[in-house]
Ligand binder design. Structure first.
Ligand SMILES: NC(=O)C1=CN([C@@H]2O[C@H](COP(=O)(O)OP(=O)(O)OC[C@H]3O[C@@H](n4cnc5c(N)ncnc54)[C@H](OP(=O)(O)O)[C@@H]3O)[C@@H](O)[C@H]2O)C=CC1
Ligand SMILES: Nc1nc(=O)c2c([nH]1)NC[C@@H]1CN(c3ccc(C(=O)N[C@@H](CCC(=O)O)C(=O)O)cc3)C=[N+]21
Length: 297
C-alpha cells in the first residue's frame, strides 16, 4: 500500500486563506484587522524560526503583527507589567509569550497572567480547564493543527486507538484531550511508560511529541497507522557543510513511513499548521471579544 505523505504546508496555506477572509470581516466590523502580539525574551534558535515564520504569515493573512523583544536578563515583574498593559490594550487581540523563558522567570506565572480571552496559545489554566471539560476555549495551536490534519486524513476518528507520546501541557496533554473529544481511545505515554514500542504499535493514530530526534522508528508503528510527528529538532548536518544544521522530527521518517498508512514530514508537516492555527486563534479571539460573527474555522 502506498504511504500518504500528509502535506501540512499546503493544508496550512489553505487554512491561512480562510483565516484571511474571516480577518477581513473582522476588519470591516471593528475598523482594524485582528492584532497578534508576540513577546520574545532573549534569543533562542528554535524560537527564531517560529517568530520569523509567524510574522510572515500574520501579514500574509492581512493581520497586524506586534513584536516585543526583551533582553535575556529581563526580570519577571517587567514581563508581567508588559502583559498587563497588553491585557488592557483594546488594540491587542492575541498575546503569545514565546517559550521557553529564561530561568529567572516562572513560566506558569507568566502564562496565567495573560487574559484568557487573549491567550491564543491556549495555555492559560482557564483555557486548559475549559478544554478538559469540553467547553468553548482557545485551543493550543499545535494539537489543534494535528487534529485538523487527522480529520482531513481519516474523516471520523471515533473509536480509533490513539497513542500520544509526550505529556507536556503545550502538546501532549491538550492533544490527548482533543482526541478524547473525537471519541478516540486515548493512551498518553511518557518517559516512564513500560514497553513503549508495544504500546505505540497498537495505535491507529500515533502522535510523537517527545523532543528526541528520530526516536520513534518503524518498530513503533502499526502497519497502516497514521503517524503525526510534532517534533522539531535541530541536528548537525555535516553533509551540508561545516557547522550546518537540519530540522528533523521525533520520528525516524524512512522506517516509519515504510509501515505507516499516512505520515507527516518535518519540515512541512505540523510546524506550518501551528502557525496557521495561531492566526486562526487570533481571529477567533478578536471575533469573540467584539461579538463579530465569523465562520467556524
Ligand atoms: N511543530 C510544532 O509546532 C511544535 C513542536 N514542538 C516540538 O515537539 C516536541 C515536544 O515538545 P514539548 O511537548 O514541548 O516537549 P517536553 O520536553 O515538554 O515534553 C516531552 C515529553 O516527552 C516525554 N519523553 C521524553 N523522553 C521520552 C522517552 N525516551 N520515551 C517516552 N517519552 C519520553 C517526556 O516524558 P516525561 O513527562 O516523563 O518527562 C515528556 O512528557 C519537541 O520536539 C518540540 O520541539 C513543540 C511545540 C510546537
Ligand atoms: N508560546 C509558545 N507557543 C508555541 O507554539 C511555541 C513556543 N512558544 N515555543 C517554541 C515552539 C516551537 N514552535 C514551532 C512552530 C512552528 C514551527 C515551524 O514553522 N516549522 C516549520 C519550519 C520551517 C523551516 O525552518 O524552514 C516546519 O516544520 O515546516 C516550528 C516550531 C512553536 N512553539
Amino acid at each position: 500500500m502506498e504511504t500518504k505523505i500528509i502535506d501540512g504546508k499546503a493544508f496550512s496555506e489553505k487554512l491561512v486563506e480562510t483565516v484571511a477572509v474571516e480577518a477581513s470581516k473582522i476588519k470591516n466590523a471593528i475598523g482594524r484587522p485582528p492584532a497578534l502580539a508576540v513577546v520574545l525574551v532573549g534569543e533562542n534558535s528554535a524560537s527564531k524560526v517560529y517568530v520569523r515564520n509567524k510574522i510572515e504569515r500574520t501579514e500574509a493573512a492581512g493581520m497586524r503583527s506586534i513584536e516585543h523583544r526583551l533582553d535575556a536578563d529581563t526580570d519577571q515583574a517587567t514581563l508581567l507589567a508588559l502583559i498587563e498593559e497588553m491585557n488592557n490594550d483594546d488594540a491587542v487581540d492575541g498575546i503569545l509569550v514565546q517559550l521557553p523563558l529564561p530561568d529567572q522567570i516562572d513560566e506558569d506565572a507568566v502564562i496565567n497572567a495573560v487574559a484568557p480571552e487573549k491567550d491564543v496559545d491556549g495555555f492559560h489554566v482557564v483555557n486548559a480547564g475549559l478544554l478538559a471539560t469540553g467547553q468553548d476555549s482557545l485551543v493550543p495551536c499545535t494539537p489543534y493543527g494535528c487534529l485538523l490534519l487527522l480529520r482531513d486524513q481519516l474523516g471520523s476518528l471515533s473509536g480509533l486507538n490513539a497513542v500520544v507520546v509526550g505529556r507536556s501541557n503545550i502538546v501532549g496533554k491538550p492533544m490527548a484531550q482533543l482526541l478524547l473529544k473525537e471519541s478516540c481511545t486515548v493512551t498518553i505515554a511518557h518517559s516512564r511508560t513500560k514497553d513503549l514500542k508495544e504500546v505505540c504499535a497498537r495505535a491507529d493514530i500515533l502522535v510523537a511529541a517527545v523532543g528526541r530526534a528520530e526516536m520513534i522508528d518503524g518498530d513503533y508503528v502499526k502497519p497502516g497507522a497514521t503517524v503525526i510527528d510534532v517534533g522539531i529538532n535541530r541536528v548537525a548536518a555535516p553533509e551540508r557543510g561545516e557547522g550546518k544544521f537540519r530540522l528533523t522530527g521525533d520520528v525516524d521518517y524512512d522506517s516509519a513511513a515504510a509501515k505507516a498508512g499516512a505520515i507527516t514530514p518535518v519540515p512541512g508537516g505540523v510546524g506550518p499548521m501551528t502557525i496557521a492555527c495561531l492566526l486562526r486563534n487570533t481571529a477567533v479571539a478578536a471575533a469573540r471579544r467584539f461579538n463579530v460573527d465569523i465562520a467556524d474555522i
